[in-house]
Design a protein around this ligand. Structure first.
Ligand SMILES: [Zn+2]
Length: 744
């Protein structure tokens, strides 16, 4: 295309008016240089590529719980498949129990303040004054030929040196024997597992997780993911099949990942019959172990043993809980392509709310998440009660929340149910859509909290759930402390990670769904991401790319601002100007009158004119287009029709300033003089030409009395005081301070 220099120049003059006066920040530029480039493993559309590969690890484990000494010991066989294109001369194994060893204190994730009046537990977190013998004793690491392999332990990682490199496409077998002292959960900060002792009846509930040496992930993104476990950043794990035998006191009930293989040798006939009944119960749970039976078990304290055998296919981890205190209930949940046994295990201390709410909450989570992603694929889904913290594993989660003296406030109950939904939801993110938690906590927590909050909003409408307003206090915070969402897990502060890695991504996804992409397209794109990365290891770029790829909505501006910066949304409705255009031959007297009105208003107060509509409309003259403006065109607009269409109508020119830095769609609510309302929406792209200030013109039949920005609080605007016109007079903080000082 060719255009003349003079036309270019006149276009420049015409559009130069809207140029911004502050530096351009490229808020709508592609984020390609901020995420990993696409390759044959991961495509530019966000899907696994033609050469995508991941490793696989199958486990056969025999473990025994020693209740007298609170120890767990085991022997395991790992079959490790090297599907990578690389030959590996050593393997890395995760030893998470070592994190609690004295000397392996978390690297800075605890607030190291000593304060007067600090309690003993906080002091223990800080100093590990009681030197508990935490961590593994590794008895041996052998290869298939029963030869000892050389190992080196670096805190929570163990390097196993192979005698010959493990070639691409081949597998190897490791046999490892180990034991460790199970930790008292009350002794450590962020204890996701361990035991809880109940002094009243001298019994213990064991929550057993990251308990066996597990293969570290080796992938196309960073080779070995052997970043140390520092507690905040959770896990990166490979998929595989598990056969696990767990020996416990014979009066214990075991809740576990996987399907129970030997019910006839560990369950009574009565319990097996009740489980059969539960298979037919789709509306309420059936008690498998009743309260009375649990109370009898509490007293028994058998010194006999039983071995529970479980199998789990295509899981990335394995956890279990064991106690003689457990009550147990179960019911079936029917999904379009799978029927799942939902079960809860809890001590009597969880009654009555656990019996009433836990299994029901599992059912709600299974239904909503399955609909939003893909059907829950496993045979069981278990919720185990614990004192505090919720923690997720495949098919089983440990969920905090107990009544006090049988009573629970509504708020506490909402928290408990929310925890169960959340931890069950983790079966999708990250247990199946297996992102790297150690690196990107937000990828599983953010996406999971988004669906968890959707489940609460849809199934428990009486409970509070997250909305964009929920993130306003956090995003209004001190920018010297705030980190972007795209911050690696262990670099976040203990005080901030909940808001930054859970809530902010949740709100971001809510805004995409409800206000930017739209529900139908968003839901399809989200489902596409879940299905593309099912049983695989997605990176942030894969999520970003897929949501765009499946929706045809350019979201780079959104990712750039919401995920990579700490900017916030604060739009200011700076000015609204009201104009009227009259027909050339309309009543001159009318025009004079409004002009007079304007002069009168001006006479009263020049201040008021910029703050409200009291001046009335400004009359503007629309001139006839000179021939020169048509250039070479011979055709002419019907100019009288333009004039007719606009005549007498109210034309509003709105000026909006971007104070917070984040660009967002603009929602404008018009309140008309007759009391009715209407909404106009402008896409975020309106900020492309000027990232700091935009002007936009609207034509309204009715006279407007008030204009509001973001009336439904869709965009987490941190300051809504500057969102209205006529402007609401609010004294600045400085003025308030000054007034206070002068005694006003
Ligand atoms: Zn979580």
């Amino acid at each position: 295309m060719r255009i003349s220099i003079s036309l270019l120049f006149s276009l420049f003059l015409l559009f130069n008016i809207g140029a911004q006066t502050q530096p351009w920040q490229g808020k709508f530029e592609p984020i390609d240089n901020m995420i990993s480039p696409p390759n044959t493993y991961r495509t530019a559309s966000g899907a696994p590529g033609k050469d995508y590969w991941q490793q696989r690890a199958d486990y056969k484990i025999k473990a025994e719980l020693d209740e007298a000494n609170n120890t767990l010991s085991g022997e395991e066989t790992i079959t490790y498949y090297n599907n990578s294109p690389d030959d590996l001369s050593y393997l890395w194994i995760q030893l998470e129990q070592n994190v609690n060893k004295k000397g392996n204190e978390d690297f800075g994730s605890i607030n190291n303040n000593i304060t007067d009046g600090m309690n003993a537990r906080q002091m223990q977190f800080l100093t590990r004054a009681i030197n508990f013998p935490a961590g593994y004793t590794i008895k041996y690491v052998k290869n298939e030929g029963d030869n000892n392999l050389k190992t080196m332990v670096n805190n929570t990682m163990m390097k196993v040196k192979l005698n010959q490199p493990l070639k691409s496409g081949e597998s190897t077998v490791l046999n490892i024997a180990w034991s460790y002292h199970i930790t008292d959960r009350s002794m450590y900060l962020l204890s996701r597992e361990g035991y809880e002792y109940f002094p009243e009846d001298d019994n213990t509930v064991y929550l057993i997780a990251h308990w066996f040496p597990r293969m570290a992930v080796y992938n196309d993104t960073e080779g070995w993911q052997n970043q140390q476990f520092q507690k905040l950043g959770e896990f990166a794990l490979e998929f595989g099949d598990y056969e696990v035998e767990i020996t416990v006191p014979s009066d214990h009930a075991v809740a576990s990942t996987g399907a129970l293989q030997n019910p006839e040798s560990v369950l009574t006939k009565k319990q097996r019959n009740r489980l059969k009944e539960a298979e037919k119960s789709f509306d309420k749970p059936v008690m498998i172990i009743t309260k009375e039976e649990a109370l009898t078990n509490e007293k028994e304290k058998s010194n006999k043993k039983k071995t529970w055998k479980f199998k789990a296919e295509n899981v990335r981890d394995f956890a279990f809980a064991s106690s003689r205190k457990f009550l147990w209930d179960a019911q079936n949940v029917k999904l379009p392509t799978n029927t799942v046994m939902a079960m809860s295990f809890y001590p009597k201390e969880g009654l009555p709310v656990w019996k009433e709410e836990s299994t029901k909450a599992i059912m709600h989570a299974l239904e909503v998440y399955s609909e939003a992603t893909f059907d829950y694929p496993y045979p069981v889904c278990i919720s185990v009660n614990t004192s505090n913290i919720g923690m997720e594993f495949p098919m089983i989660s440990f969920n905090g929340g107990r009544p006090k003296n049988g009573k629970m406030s509504n708020g506490a109950k909402a928290g408990m149910i929310g925890t169960i939904i959340h931890e069950v939801g983790h079966n999708w993110f990250p247990m199946i859509i297996s992102s790297d938690e150690r690196k990107w906590m937000w990828m599983d927590e953010g996406l999971n909290t988004f669906l968890h909050q959707r489940t609460v909003a849809e199934r428990y409408p009486d409970f509070n759930s997250t909305t964009p307003n929920s993130i306003v206090p956090f995003m209004s915070g001190d920018k010297n402390i705030l980190r972007p969402i795209m911050t690696t897990s262990d670099s976040e502060l203990m005080s901030q990670f909940g808001a930054n890695f859970y809530l902010k991504p949740t709100v971001g996804l809510q805004m995409l769904r409800n206000s930017i992409i739209g529900k139908e397209l968003f839901d399809e794109a989200f489902k596409e991401y879940a299905n593309r990365w099912k049983y695989k290891h997605p990176n942030p770029g894969d999520l970003f790319r897929t949501l765009e790829d499946a929706s045809a909505v350019d979201l780079d501006w959104f990712y750039r601002g919401w995920f990579f910066t700490t900017d916030n949304v604060d739009m200011e409705l700076n000015d609204v100007k009201w104009f009227k255009v009259y027909e050339e031959h309309s009543n001159i007297e009318d025009q004079n009158q409004s002009a007079k009105l304007k002069i009168e208003a001006d006479g009263k107060s020049t201040e008021a004119s910029a703050k409200d509509f009291s001046n009335g409309p400004e009359t503007i003259n629309m001139t006839s287009t000179p021939d020169a403006s048509y250039g070479g065109f011979l055709s002419r607009l019907d100019e009288s029709e333009v004039r007719k269409q606009l005549s007498g109508k109210n034309i509003y020119e709105v000026t909006i300033k971007n104070k917070g830095g984040l660009v967002m769609p603009v929602t404008i609510e018009w309140v008309f003089a007759d009391g009715t309302k209407a909404i106009d929406r402008l896409p975020a792209e309106i900020w492309r030409r000027n990232e700091y200030e935009i002007k936009h013109t609207f034509v309204k039949e009715k006279e407007v009395s008030k204009v509001n920005l973001d009336p439904n609080f869709e965009f987490a605007d941190t300051n809504t005081k500057n969102n209205s016109f006529p402007k609401v007079e609010t004294a600045s903080d400085f003025e308030k301070f000054k007034n206070k000082q002068s005694g006003n």
